[in-house]
Design a protein around this ligand. Structure first.
Ligand code: ZN
Ligand code: ZN
Length: 487
Protein backbone atom coordinates (compact mmCIF):
# COMPACT_ATOMS: atom_id res chain seq x y z
CA UNK A 1 0.00 0.00 0.00
CA UNK A 2 2.30 2.73 -1.27
CA UNK A 3 2.11 5.77 -3.52
CA UNK A 4 -0.82 7.70 -4.88
CA UNK A 5 -4.13 6.10 -5.79
CA UNK A 6 -4.94 5.97 -9.50
CA UNK A 7 -8.28 7.78 -8.84
CA UNK A 8 -8.61 11.38 -7.69
CA UNK A 9 -11.60 13.42 -6.54
CA UNK A 10 -11.22 16.97 -5.18
CA UNK A 11 -13.20 17.34 -1.94
CA UNK A 12 -16.17 19.65 -2.45
CA UNK A 13 -16.91 22.58 -0.10
CA UNK A 14 -18.16 21.31 3.31
CA UNK A 15 -18.16 17.73 2.05
CA UNK A 16 -18.29 14.96 4.64
CA UNK A 17 -15.36 12.57 4.60
CA UNK A 18 -17.92 9.78 4.26
CA UNK A 19 -19.29 11.25 1.04
CA UNK A 20 -15.86 11.83 -0.46
CA UNK A 21 -14.71 8.27 0.31
CA UNK A 22 -17.91 6.89 -1.27
CA UNK A 23 -17.31 8.99 -4.37
CA UNK A 24 -13.68 7.86 -4.63
CA UNK A 25 -14.78 4.25 -4.19
CA UNK A 26 -17.49 4.57 -6.86
CA UNK A 27 -14.91 5.99 -9.29
CA UNK A 28 -12.74 2.94 -8.66
CA UNK A 29 -15.79 0.70 -9.09
CA UNK A 30 -15.58 -0.41 -5.47
CA UNK A 31 -17.95 -0.47 -2.52
CA UNK A 32 -17.07 1.90 0.36
CA UNK A 33 -16.15 -1.14 2.47
CA UNK A 34 -13.77 -2.61 -0.12
CA UNK A 35 -12.33 0.78 -1.07
CA UNK A 36 -11.38 1.81 2.51
CA UNK A 37 -9.80 -1.60 3.04
CA UNK A 38 -7.84 -1.79 -0.22
CA UNK A 39 -6.82 1.87 -0.44
CA UNK A 40 -6.07 2.66 3.20
CA UNK A 41 -6.11 -0.64 5.05
CA UNK A 42 -9.06 0.51 7.18
CA UNK A 43 -11.69 -2.06 8.12
CA UNK A 44 -15.06 -0.29 8.42
CA UNK A 45 -17.11 -3.35 9.34
CA UNK A 46 -17.03 -2.92 13.09
CA UNK A 47 -16.85 0.88 13.15
CA UNK A 48 -18.53 2.24 9.99
CA UNK A 49 -18.69 5.72 11.53
CA UNK A 50 -14.91 5.98 12.04
CA UNK A 51 -14.82 8.82 9.50
CA UNK A 52 -16.37 11.20 12.05
CA UNK A 53 -13.26 11.17 14.26
CA UNK A 54 -10.47 9.24 12.50
CA UNK A 55 -7.20 8.36 14.24
CA UNK A 56 -4.18 10.52 13.27
CA UNK A 57 -2.51 7.55 11.54
CA UNK A 58 -5.68 6.86 9.52
CA UNK A 59 -5.63 10.51 8.39
CA UNK A 60 -1.92 10.24 7.58
CA UNK A 61 -2.48 7.21 5.33
CA UNK A 62 -5.44 8.82 3.55
CA UNK A 63 -3.43 12.00 3.05
CA UNK A 64 -0.43 10.07 1.70
CA UNK A 65 -2.46 8.10 -0.81
CA UNK A 66 -4.77 10.88 -2.01
CA UNK A 67 -2.54 13.95 -1.79
CA UNK A 68 -5.19 15.82 0.26
CA UNK A 69 -3.61 17.54 3.29
CA UNK A 70 -4.44 16.21 6.78
CA UNK A 71 -5.82 19.66 7.67
CA UNK A 72 -8.26 19.57 4.77
CA UNK A 73 -9.26 16.01 5.69
CA UNK A 74 -9.87 17.10 9.27
CA UNK A 75 -12.34 19.74 8.06
CA UNK A 76 -14.41 16.93 6.57
CA UNK A 77 -14.76 15.20 9.94
CA UNK A 78 -16.13 16.13 13.39
CA UNK A 79 -12.67 16.51 14.87
CA UNK A 80 -12.81 19.37 17.39
CA UNK A 81 -16.61 19.17 17.81
CA UNK A 82 -17.97 18.03 21.15
CA UNK A 83 -20.28 15.01 21.01
CA UNK A 84 -22.76 14.55 23.85
CA UNK A 85 -25.66 12.24 24.51
CA UNK A 86 -25.44 10.63 21.04
CA UNK A 87 -26.26 14.00 19.47
CA UNK A 88 -24.76 12.91 16.15
CA UNK A 89 -27.16 10.01 15.73
CA UNK A 90 -29.55 10.50 12.84
CA UNK A 91 -32.97 12.06 13.53
CA UNK A 92 -31.67 12.75 16.98
CA UNK A 93 -34.51 15.10 17.97
CA UNK A 94 -37.31 13.00 16.51
CA UNK A 95 -40.29 11.76 18.50
CA UNK A 96 -39.15 8.25 17.69
CA UNK A 97 -35.86 8.84 19.48
CA UNK A 98 -37.66 10.30 22.47
CA UNK A 99 -39.81 7.19 22.77
CA UNK A 100 -37.03 4.72 21.85
CA UNK A 101 -33.84 6.30 23.25
CA UNK A 102 -31.84 3.08 23.14
CA UNK A 103 -32.81 1.65 19.76
CA UNK A 104 -30.95 2.12 16.51
CA UNK A 105 -32.96 1.97 13.29
CA UNK A 106 -32.23 -1.03 11.07
CA UNK A 107 -30.79 -0.88 7.59
CA UNK A 108 -28.56 2.12 6.97
CA UNK A 109 -28.63 5.61 8.36
CA UNK A 110 -31.66 7.83 7.77
CA UNK A 111 -30.44 10.96 6.03
CA UNK A 112 -31.55 14.56 6.02
CA UNK A 113 -30.66 16.37 2.83
CA UNK A 114 -31.13 19.82 1.32
CA UNK A 115 -32.69 19.39 -2.14
CA UNK A 116 -31.41 22.85 -3.21
CA UNK A 117 -27.82 21.92 -2.42
CA UNK A 118 -28.12 18.71 -4.43
CA UNK A 119 -29.74 20.60 -7.31
CA UNK A 120 -26.77 22.99 -7.46
CA UNK A 121 -24.15 20.22 -7.45
CA UNK A 122 -22.34 19.23 -10.63
CA UNK A 123 -21.64 15.94 -8.90
CA UNK A 124 -23.94 15.35 -5.93
CA UNK A 125 -22.25 15.05 -2.54
CA UNK A 126 -23.22 14.95 1.13
CA UNK A 127 -22.49 17.96 3.32
CA UNK A 128 -20.89 17.37 6.67
CA UNK A 129 -23.54 19.66 8.22
CA UNK A 130 -26.27 17.13 7.30
CA UNK A 131 -24.50 14.54 9.43
CA UNK A 132 -24.90 16.36 12.74
CA UNK A 133 -27.93 14.27 13.57
CA UNK A 134 -30.07 17.10 14.92
CA UNK A 135 -29.60 19.73 12.21
CA UNK A 136 -32.96 20.70 10.70
CA UNK A 137 -32.30 23.52 8.25
CA UNK A 138 -29.82 24.01 5.40
CA UNK A 139 -27.62 26.92 6.56
CA UNK A 140 -27.09 28.01 2.94
CA UNK A 141 -30.63 27.83 1.58
CA UNK A 142 -32.66 28.23 4.78
CA UNK A 143 -34.99 25.39 3.77
CA UNK A 144 -36.03 22.54 6.04
CA UNK A 145 -33.93 19.45 5.37
CA UNK A 146 -35.84 16.58 3.78
CA UNK A 147 -35.97 13.00 4.99
CA UNK A 148 -38.19 11.34 2.42
CA UNK A 149 -37.90 10.71 -1.30
CA UNK A 150 -40.40 12.95 -3.05
CA UNK A 151 -40.84 10.47 -5.87
CA UNK A 152 -41.70 7.35 -3.89
CA UNK A 153 -41.99 8.37 -0.25
CA UNK A 154 -39.15 6.12 0.85
CA UNK A 155 -37.03 7.23 3.83
CA UNK A 156 -33.77 8.62 2.44
CA UNK A 157 -30.65 6.96 3.80
CA UNK A 158 -27.03 7.85 3.56
CA UNK A 159 -24.53 5.05 3.08
CA UNK A 160 -22.30 3.73 5.81
CA UNK A 161 -18.67 2.95 5.11
CA UNK A 162 -19.63 -0.69 5.69
CA UNK A 163 -21.76 -0.65 2.49
CA UNK A 164 -20.95 -3.57 0.24
CA UNK A 165 -21.86 -2.07 -3.12
CA UNK A 166 -20.85 1.16 -4.89
CA UNK A 167 -22.96 4.10 -3.77
CA UNK A 168 -24.80 6.75 -5.79
CA UNK A 169 -24.75 9.72 -3.46
CA UNK A 170 -27.99 11.66 -2.95
CA UNK A 171 -30.22 9.07 -4.66
CA UNK A 172 -33.16 7.23 -3.16
CA UNK A 173 -32.13 3.61 -2.65
CA UNK A 174 -35.62 2.37 -3.61
CA UNK A 175 -36.42 4.26 -6.83
CA UNK A 176 -32.99 5.73 -7.64
CA UNK A 177 -34.28 9.29 -8.16
CA UNK A 178 -31.87 12.06 -7.12
CA UNK A 179 -33.37 14.00 -4.19
CA UNK A 180 -32.70 17.37 -5.84
CA UNK A 181 -35.25 20.16 -6.16
CA UNK A 182 -35.45 23.93 -6.07
CA UNK A 183 -38.45 24.23 -3.77
CA UNK A 184 -39.23 23.19 -0.24
CA UNK A 185 -40.49 24.76 2.97
CA UNK A 186 -38.53 27.82 4.15
CA UNK A 187 -37.56 27.59 7.82
CA UNK A 188 -38.49 30.14 10.48
CA UNK A 189 -35.75 32.72 11.09
CA UNK A 190 -35.88 32.02 14.82
CA UNK A 191 -35.19 28.33 14.20
CA UNK A 192 -32.18 29.16 12.01
CA UNK A 193 -30.87 31.43 14.77
CA UNK A 194 -31.28 28.72 17.39
CA UNK A 195 -29.57 26.21 15.12
CA UNK A 196 -26.59 28.58 14.72
CA UNK A 197 -26.34 29.02 18.49
CA UNK A 198 -26.47 25.25 18.95
CA UNK A 199 -23.72 24.76 16.37
CA UNK A 200 -21.55 27.29 18.21
CA UNK A 201 -22.22 25.48 21.49
CA UNK A 202 -21.28 22.12 19.99
CA UNK A 203 -18.11 23.63 18.58
CA UNK A 204 -16.93 25.51 21.67
CA UNK A 205 -18.45 23.18 24.27
CA UNK A 206 -19.91 25.98 26.38
CA UNK A 207 -21.69 29.25 25.79
CA UNK A 208 -24.77 31.44 26.23
CA UNK A 209 -28.17 30.16 25.22
CA UNK A 210 -31.20 32.48 25.21
CA UNK A 211 -33.44 31.79 28.19
CA UNK A 212 -31.19 29.37 30.05
CA UNK A 213 -27.96 31.42 30.23
CA UNK A 214 -24.49 29.87 30.13
CA UNK A 215 -24.67 26.12 29.58
CA UNK A 216 -22.42 23.44 28.18
CA UNK A 217 -23.35 21.29 25.23
CA UNK A 218 -24.10 18.09 27.23
CA UNK A 219 -26.50 19.98 29.51
CA UNK A 220 -28.24 21.67 26.61
CA UNK A 221 -28.75 18.35 24.84
CA UNK A 222 -30.19 17.01 28.11
CA UNK A 223 -32.59 19.99 28.27
CA UNK A 224 -33.79 19.19 24.76
CA UNK A 225 -34.18 15.52 25.73
CA UNK A 226 -36.20 16.52 28.77
CA UNK A 227 -38.53 18.61 26.61
CA UNK A 228 -38.95 15.91 23.97
CA UNK A 229 -39.66 13.24 26.54
CA UNK A 230 -42.25 15.50 28.16
CA UNK A 231 -43.95 16.03 24.80
CA UNK A 232 -43.87 12.53 23.34
CA UNK A 233 -44.11 10.03 26.15
CA UNK A 234 -47.42 9.37 27.82
CA UNK A 235 -49.19 12.53 26.69
CA UNK A 236 -52.54 12.82 24.89
CA UNK A 237 -52.61 13.65 21.19
CA UNK A 238 -55.18 16.37 21.84
CA UNK A 239 -53.04 18.08 24.41
CA UNK A 240 -50.05 17.99 22.09
CA UNK A 241 -52.01 19.46 19.20
CA UNK A 242 -53.28 22.19 21.49
CA UNK A 243 -49.65 22.92 22.39
CA UNK A 244 -48.59 23.06 18.73
CA UNK A 245 -51.48 25.40 17.91
CA UNK A 246 -50.44 27.72 20.73
CA UNK A 247 -46.82 27.69 19.60
CA UNK A 248 -47.79 28.66 16.06
CA UNK A 249 -50.02 31.45 17.38
CA UNK A 250 -47.33 32.74 19.76
CA UNK A 251 -44.75 32.73 16.98
CA UNK A 252 -47.13 34.90 14.94
CA UNK A 253 -47.61 32.37 12.14
CA UNK A 254 -50.70 31.42 10.16
CA UNK A 255 -52.73 28.71 12.00
CA UNK A 256 -52.41 26.35 9.03
CA UNK A 257 -48.64 26.33 9.30
CA UNK A 258 -49.04 23.93 12.19
CA UNK A 259 -50.05 21.20 9.75
CA UNK A 260 -47.06 21.76 7.50
CA UNK A 261 -44.52 21.37 10.30
CA UNK A 262 -43.32 17.86 10.92
CA UNK A 263 -43.47 18.05 14.69
CA UNK A 264 -42.17 14.50 15.00
CA UNK A 265 -38.88 15.40 13.33
CA UNK A 266 -35.82 17.54 14.05
CA UNK A 267 -37.38 20.70 12.64
CA UNK A 268 -40.49 20.41 14.80
CA UNK A 269 -38.28 19.94 17.86
CA UNK A 270 -36.34 23.10 17.06
CA UNK A 271 -39.56 25.08 16.55
CA UNK A 272 -40.68 23.84 19.95
CA UNK A 273 -37.35 24.82 21.53
CA UNK A 274 -37.44 28.31 19.95
CA UNK A 275 -40.84 28.88 21.50
CA UNK A 276 -39.81 27.53 24.91
CA UNK A 277 -36.53 29.45 25.10
CA UNK A 278 -38.38 32.65 24.17
CA UNK A 279 -39.90 32.71 27.67
CA UNK A 280 -38.01 30.16 29.69
CA UNK A 281 -38.91 28.61 32.14
CA UNK A 282 -42.50 30.02 32.16
CA UNK A 283 -43.34 28.36 28.89
CA UNK A 284 -41.87 25.07 30.03
CA UNK A 285 -44.18 25.13 33.02
CA UNK A 286 -47.10 26.08 30.80
CA UNK A 287 -46.27 23.29 28.38
CA UNK A 288 -46.09 20.68 31.14
CA UNK A 289 -49.49 21.84 32.39
CA UNK A 290 -51.15 21.64 29.01
CA UNK A 291 -49.70 18.22 28.38
CA UNK A 292 -50.50 17.01 31.86
CA UNK A 293 -46.94 15.69 31.74
CA UNK A 294 -45.16 14.17 34.73
CA UNK A 295 -43.17 16.55 36.92
CA UNK A 296 -39.72 17.72 35.82
CA UNK A 297 -38.14 15.63 38.58
CA UNK A 298 -39.69 12.46 37.20
CA UNK A 299 -38.68 13.24 33.63
CA UNK A 300 -35.11 13.98 34.68
CA UNK A 301 -35.02 10.70 36.60
CA UNK A 302 -35.98 8.92 33.36
CA UNK A 303 -33.12 10.43 31.32
CA UNK A 304 -30.27 8.01 30.77
CA UNK A 305 -26.53 8.84 30.72
CA UNK A 306 -26.87 11.82 32.99
CA UNK A 307 -24.01 12.65 35.39
CA UNK A 308 -24.92 13.86 38.86
CA UNK A 309 -23.61 17.38 38.17
CA UNK A 310 -25.68 17.55 35.00
CA UNK A 311 -28.76 16.43 36.91
CA UNK A 312 -28.32 19.29 39.36
CA UNK A 313 -27.73 21.75 36.56
CA UNK A 314 -30.92 20.58 34.87
CA UNK A 315 -32.91 21.07 38.06
CA UNK A 316 -31.46 24.55 38.40
CA UNK A 317 -32.18 25.51 34.79
CA UNK A 318 -35.75 24.21 34.79
CA UNK A 319 -36.37 26.36 37.89
CA UNK A 320 -39.97 27.01 38.79
CA UNK A 321 -41.26 24.73 36.04
CA UNK A 322 -40.63 21.89 38.48
CA UNK A 323 -43.96 22.60 40.09
CA UNK A 324 -46.47 22.66 37.33
CA UNK A 325 -50.21 22.51 37.74
CA UNK A 326 -52.07 19.21 37.64
CA UNK A 327 -54.74 18.55 35.00
CA UNK A 328 -57.56 18.93 37.52
CA UNK A 329 -56.73 22.62 37.93
CA UNK A 330 -57.03 23.14 34.19
CA UNK A 331 -60.52 21.52 34.23
CA UNK A 332 -61.50 23.64 37.22
CA UNK A 333 -60.35 26.79 35.45
CA UNK A 334 -62.48 25.94 32.41
CA UNK A 335 -65.57 25.13 34.46
CA UNK A 336 -65.17 28.36 36.44
CA UNK A 337 -64.83 30.31 33.23
CA UNK A 338 -68.03 28.72 31.90
CA UNK A 339 -69.87 29.87 35.03
CA UNK A 340 -68.41 33.36 34.76
CA UNK A 341 -69.64 33.47 31.17
CA UNK A 342 -73.17 32.75 32.46
CA UNK A 343 -73.37 29.16 31.18
CA UNK A 344 -75.63 27.13 33.49
CA UNK A 345 -74.59 23.53 32.84
CA UNK A 346 -77.29 22.10 35.19
CA UNK A 347 -79.98 23.95 33.25
CA UNK A 348 -78.58 22.68 29.95
CA UNK A 349 -78.57 19.15 31.37
CA UNK A 350 -82.20 19.38 32.52
CA UNK A 351 -83.41 20.73 29.19
CA UNK A 352 -81.49 18.20 27.09
CA UNK A 353 -83.69 15.53 25.50
CA UNK A 354 -80.96 13.25 24.17
CA UNK A 355 -79.92 10.94 27.01
CA UNK A 356 -76.27 10.68 25.95
CA UNK A 357 -75.81 14.43 25.94
CA UNK A 358 -77.85 14.70 29.14
CA UNK A 359 -75.43 12.33 30.90
CA UNK A 360 -72.38 14.22 29.80
CA UNK A 361 -73.81 17.58 30.84
CA UNK A 362 -74.94 16.13 34.17
CA UNK A 363 -71.45 14.82 34.90
CA UNK A 364 -69.87 18.16 34.00
CA UNK A 365 -72.40 20.05 36.11
CA UNK A 366 -71.65 17.84 39.12
CA UNK A 367 -67.88 18.33 38.79
CA UNK A 368 -68.48 22.02 38.26
CA UNK A 369 -70.28 22.34 41.61
CA UNK A 370 -67.45 20.59 43.42
CA UNK A 371 -68.35 16.86 43.41
CA UNK A 372 -65.51 14.47 42.68
CA UNK A 373 -65.14 12.90 39.26
CA UNK A 374 -65.72 9.46 40.83
CA UNK A 375 -69.11 10.54 42.20
CA UNK A 376 -70.11 12.15 38.90
CA UNK A 377 -69.02 9.08 36.96
CA UNK A 378 -70.98 6.80 39.28
CA UNK A 379 -74.11 8.90 38.91
CA UNK A 380 -74.12 8.78 35.09
CA UNK A 381 -72.82 5.19 35.03
CA UNK A 382 -69.70 6.09 33.06
CA UNK A 383 -66.07 5.28 33.80
CA UNK A 384 -63.89 7.83 35.55
CA UNK A 385 -61.61 7.83 32.50
CA UNK A 386 -64.51 8.74 30.23
CA UNK A 387 -65.59 11.67 32.41
CA UNK A 388 -61.98 12.85 32.46
CA UNK A 389 -61.97 12.71 28.68
CA UNK A 390 -65.11 14.84 28.48
CA UNK A 391 -63.39 17.35 30.74
CA UNK A 392 -60.26 17.29 28.56
CA UNK A 393 -62.26 17.80 25.38
CA UNK A 394 -64.27 20.59 26.98
CA UNK A 395 -61.23 22.39 28.37
CA UNK A 396 -59.50 22.30 24.99
CA UNK A 397 -62.31 22.50 22.43
CA UNK A 398 -65.25 23.96 24.37
CA UNK A 399 -68.56 22.69 25.71
CA UNK A 400 -70.10 22.12 22.26
CA UNK A 401 -67.42 19.58 21.42
CA UNK A 402 -68.49 17.50 24.43
CA UNK A 403 -72.15 17.35 23.50
CA UNK A 404 -72.27 17.57 19.70
CA UNK A 405 -73.92 14.62 17.97
CA UNK A 406 -71.42 13.02 15.64
CA UNK A 407 -72.31 12.71 11.97
CA UNK A 408 -71.75 9.42 10.19
CA UNK A 409 -69.81 9.21 6.97
CA UNK A 410 -72.95 8.45 4.94
CA UNK A 411 -74.68 11.59 6.27
CA UNK A 412 -72.05 13.93 4.84
CA UNK A 413 -72.69 15.75 1.57
CA UNK A 414 -70.28 14.99 -1.30
CA UNK A 415 -68.71 18.42 -0.90
CA UNK A 416 -68.19 17.85 2.83
CA UNK A 417 -66.68 14.44 2.15
CA UNK A 418 -64.31 15.88 -0.43
CA UNK A 419 -63.16 18.75 1.71
CA UNK A 420 -62.72 16.67 4.86
CA UNK A 421 -61.18 13.69 3.03
CA UNK A 422 -58.74 15.92 1.14
CA UNK A 423 -57.80 17.77 4.29
CA UNK A 424 -57.25 14.55 6.22
CA UNK A 425 -54.97 13.09 3.56
CA UNK A 426 -52.85 16.21 3.32
CA UNK A 427 -52.76 17.09 7.02
CA UNK A 428 -53.72 14.17 9.22
CA UNK A 429 -50.56 13.06 10.96
CA UNK A 430 -50.18 9.38 10.46
CA UNK A 431 -47.72 7.20 12.30
CA UNK A 432 -47.99 4.71 15.10
CA UNK A 433 -49.21 5.73 18.52
CA UNK A 434 -48.04 7.43 20.66
CA UNK A 435 -46.75 9.91 18.08
CA UNK A 436 -49.46 9.81 15.40
CA UNK A 437 -53.05 11.03 15.47
CA UNK A 438 -55.96 8.94 16.66
CA UNK A 439 -59.30 9.01 14.84
CA UNK A 440 -60.65 10.55 18.03
CA UNK A 441 -58.23 13.40 17.72
CA UNK A 442 -58.70 13.89 13.99
CA UNK A 443 -62.44 14.35 14.52
CA UNK A 444 -61.81 17.12 17.03
CA UNK A 445 -59.61 18.87 14.48
CA UNK A 446 -62.32 18.44 11.87
CA UNK A 447 -64.90 19.86 14.30
CA UNK A 448 -62.76 22.95 14.80
CA UNK A 449 -62.01 23.41 11.16
CA UNK A 450 -65.21 22.47 9.39
CA UNK A 451 -67.71 22.90 12.23
CA UNK A 452 -68.87 19.28 11.78
CA UNK A 453 -68.40 16.59 14.40
CA UNK A 454 -68.04 13.25 12.63
CA UNK A 455 -67.85 9.79 14.15
CA UNK A 456 -64.40 8.19 14.61
CA UNK A 457 -65.33 5.54 12.07
CA UNK A 458 -66.16 8.27 9.54
CA UNK A 459 -62.61 9.57 9.99
CA UNK A 460 -61.16 6.13 9.33
CA UNK A 461 -63.38 5.59 6.31
CA UNK A 462 -62.61 8.97 4.74
CA UNK A 463 -58.90 8.61 5.34
CA UNK A 464 -58.84 5.14 3.83
CA UNK A 465 -60.91 6.17 0.83
CA UNK A 466 -59.03 9.39 0.04
CA UNK A 467 -55.59 8.02 0.72
CA UNK A 468 -56.08 5.47 -2.05
CA UNK A 469 -56.83 8.22 -4.55
CA UNK A 470 -53.62 10.13 -3.71
CA UNK A 471 -50.04 9.46 -4.52
CA UNK A 472 -47.82 9.68 -1.46
CA UNK A 473 -46.25 13.06 -0.89
CA UNK A 474 -48.38 14.94 -3.33
CA UNK A 475 -48.47 18.66 -2.37
CA UNK A 476 -49.50 18.84 1.27
CA UNK A 477 -52.41 21.21 0.71
CA UNK A 478 -54.61 19.59 -1.91
CA UNK A 479 -56.92 21.99 -3.80
CA UNK A 480 -60.53 20.85 -3.51
CA UNK A 481 -61.19 20.92 -7.25
CA UNK A 482 -58.70 18.10 -7.72
CA UNK A 483 -61.10 15.67 -6.08
CA UNK A 484 -63.85 13.96 -7.97
CA UNK A 485 -67.15 14.17 -6.11
CA UNK A 486 -68.20 10.80 -4.82
CA UNK A 487 -71.64 9.49 -4.10
ZN1 ZN B 1 -28.89 23.81 0.85
ZN1 ZN C 1 -37.58 7.07 -4.09
Amino acid sequence: MKGRLPVHVTPAPDEALLSWLCRLGALAGLSPLAFARLAFGIDSRTRPEWWRRPDPDQLAVISLRTGVSPGKLCEMTFEGWLAARDDEHDERLSAWRATHPKRRPNGGYPAAICPHCLASDKVPYLRRAWMFGWLAVCPDHRVVLERKCRACGNILRHPGLDAKKPIRIGCCDRCGVLAASVDGPIALDSVIELQQTMLALKRTGRGGMPGVGIVDWPVFTAIVDLVLRAVWTGTAVKAREHLFARIIADLGREPDERFRIEWQGNYGALVLMTWLLGLWPDRLRQMLEWLNAPGVNDIIAGLSNLAEAQRWKLLEVTGEAIHHRPRSEIWREWLDRLREDGVDVWKLAREERNWQRKERLTALAMVSEGRTIEVAAHRVRASVKLVERWLDIGAIYGLDAVTAKPIRSCELTPIQRDSIGGWLVSNGRSGPQPIGWTAEHARSEIALRFGILVTPSAVRQLLHQYRRSHRPFAPRIVPLRDHKPRE
